[in-house]
Design a protein around this ligand. Structure first.
Ligand code: NAD
Length: 255
């Protein structure tokens, strides 16, 4: 029996590394997947690469209320329900100390990483409450549990979604809807390459080596390893799990 047979899943940030790996695993496990991202060309490439009739896309920006309403409505028109909402769209901002951090970048990071999650829940939760079931999984980060220098906007935004999740849990737990955050350590892919280069231009490899030395498992995670946790939280195996903060971090949060 497939673990997500018939499940309808929306994945925001679906053209990125973790979104793509999750879509692949979800489709293998029997889900219908709707990927949401800002850029149609990337979405087309990702859907073609996955080669599954169960995966489709809607172009949408999670910071736009009208576009969030639009992708929720498009999913309902296509599949009639939403069982899983993976709020995964995110942006890292830039590397700068608080005293030099540009306000417009700070606000942009919050718009995507916090307001984007709020809007996705604002339109996704009523659908799930009407169904009497559903699982929302929010991509926070190890940076939601502890700090790193130079990335205050990212760190603050990833802490903020824990509060958002907890408030929403108290409003929905009796309705059959579940909401949890996940907290990956650095994961191989575009975002970490950008963070490494931002922290030390031209010396990204040294930053990676230093970061890996701070992870008890001694390495970055892979997008597919994050996807396995998302799969558990989307599946009925986690039916009593709500309001939780789940690391997937090679032991990093234990340090
Ligand atoms: N990569 C890591 O090391 C890591 C670690 C912990 C947490 N995370 C979190 O996991 C999530 C996915 O990260 P990733 O590694 O796949 O990064 P990524 O950059 O590969 O993917 C992020 C995706 O989000 C999309 N996006 C950005 N702004 C958007 C918007 N306004 N509307 C719609 N889509 C938008 C981007 O276009 C991109 O496709 C993010 O929330 C990230 O903060 C990543």
């Amino acid at each position: 029996m497939k673990r997500l047979a018939g499940n309808v899943a929306v994945i925001t940030g679906g053209a990125g590394d973790i979104g793509r790996a999750t879509a692949k695993l979800f489709a293998q496990e029997g889900a219908f997947v709707v990927l949401v991202d800002r850029d149609e060309a990337s979405l087309k490439r990702v859907v073609a690469g996955l080669g599954s009739d169960a995966v489709s896309y809607v172009v949408g920006d999670v910071t736009s209320e009208a576009q969030v309403r639009g992708f929720v409505e498009a999913t309902l028109a296509r599949h009639g329900r939403i069982d899983t909402l993976f709020c995964n769209a995110g942006t890292e901002g830039i590397a700068a100390p608080v005293v030099d951090y540009p306000l417009e970048v700070f606000e942009r990071v919050f718009a995507v990483n916090v307001t984007g999650v709020m809007l996705s829940m604002k339109y996704g939760l009523p659908v799930m409450q009407k169904q009497g079931s559903g699982s929302v999984i929010i991509a926070s980060s190890i940076a939601g549990l502890r700090a790193v220098p130079l990335f205050s906007a990212y760190v603050a935004s990833k802490h903020a979604v824990i509060g958002l999740m907890r408030s929403a849990v108290l409003e929905t737990a009796s309705t059959g809807v579940r909401i949890n955050t996940i907290h990956p350590s650095p994961i191989t892919g575009r975002m970490m390459s950008s963070i490494e280069e931002g922290a030390a231009p031209g010396a990204g490899a040294a930053v990676r080596a230093q970061t890996e030395a701070g992870i008890p498992a001694g390495r970055y995670g892979e997008p597919g390893e994050v996807a396995q946790l998302v799969l558990f939280l989307a599946s009925d195996e986690s039916r009593f799990c709500t309001g939780g903060t789940y690391p997937v971090d090679g032991g990093m949060s234990a340090t």
